[in-house]
Design a protein around this ligand. Structure first.
Ligand SMILES: [Zn+2]
Length: 283
């Protein structure tokens, strides 16, 4: 932590696995602590197209954390505390429509929360370790994703000849089990597009910290109700993810390069707390 002041700052955060930063040169690592405890792992700092990026392995570098055990509050807080203001959140999902088969890239514009047990707000009235007490605050999540970030992600995918699905609803379930056929058919019947386990509360917490957040969904399987086979297996998910990680990384890096510079953020994300008395100082 000796040189944390200068080198270990970033403007953009990427929450995803080590496959996204292990090919970068001169990556430095820093352990960050937050009033909400420890994030999933160290932050890994690298540079892409002149932009300083902090990577955070969502499940820990050895993938030890299941989705419901991730400390999402610490993760987003840690990113903000090193200067991050825009976050890209790539994740694996199941497709809820036959046409969203493995290898589909979807950039959702809506979110449904079906999780059960996750701390999903900073504003719950519980005192922080630094003595500050957050007020009860209600932010708008009508549009959960950053419009500028979505545009950058879509343009990046098209630039790599990977035609993305522009918009759709990500439904987030508690996991770690996959869905039953009935759950899957219900999700599809509601008109939702893809199902994942980590998209909530990442987007909601980012909004509470006035961060831009963009979700990028790689379909690794058809969910149980969208196909007639045996249902989803973890092995299948890992295989499809591995087969697509290189091009997903290319798209991710291009999206980073295409994000507006911090001072040029024209989206509403950075004003999410305007007029609200939060009781806490954001890092
Ligand atoms: Zn934004």
């Amino acid at each position: 932590m000796a040189n944390a002041e200068s080198a270990q700052r970033a403007e953009i955060g990427v929450i995803g696995g080590s496959g996204f930063y292990s090919f970068l040169e001169n990556v430095t690592e820093a352990e960050i602590t937050t009033p909400y405890g420890s994030p999933s792992d160290s932050l890994f700092f690298g540079e892409i197209a002149g932009r300083k990026v902090a990577f955070l392995p969502r499940h820990g570098r050895s993938h030890r954390l299941p989705p419901h055990r991730i400390n999402y509050r610490a993760n987003l807080w840690a990113l903000r505390s090193v200067g991050v203001r825009q976050v890209l959140g790539p994740c694996a999902v199941g497709g809820l429509r036959p046409e969203y088969g493995p290898g589909t890239l979807l950039v959702p514009d809506q979110l449904v929360d079906r999780t059960k047990s996750r701390a999903d707000t900073y504003f719950d009235g519980e005192p922080l370790t630094n003595g500050q007490v957050p007020n009860v605050v209600h932010v708008s999540l009508a549009d959960p994703y950053c419009p500028a970030g979505r545009a950058a992600a879509l343009a990046a995918a098209r630039g790599r000849d990977w035609e993305p699905v522009d918009g759709g609803t990500l439904v987030v379930v508690e996991g770690p089990r996959f869905g039953t056929r009935a759950e899957s058919r219900w999700h599809a019947a509601m008109g939702w597009s893809v199902v994942g386990m980590t998209g909530h509360p990442e987007a909601a917490l980012a909004r509470e910290l006035e961060l831009c957040y963009t979700s990028m969904n790689l379909v690794t399987d058809l969910d149980a109700g969208a196909e007639s086979g045996e249902g989803v297996s973890h092995e299948e998910v890992l295989t499809v993810f591995a087969a697509n990680v290189d091009r997903l990384r290319d798209v991710l890096f291009d999206a980073v390069a295409g994000l507006p510079a911090g001072e040029e953020r024209g989206c509403p994300c950075r004003n999410a707390l305007n007029g609200l008395k939060t009781g806490i100082t954001l890092p």
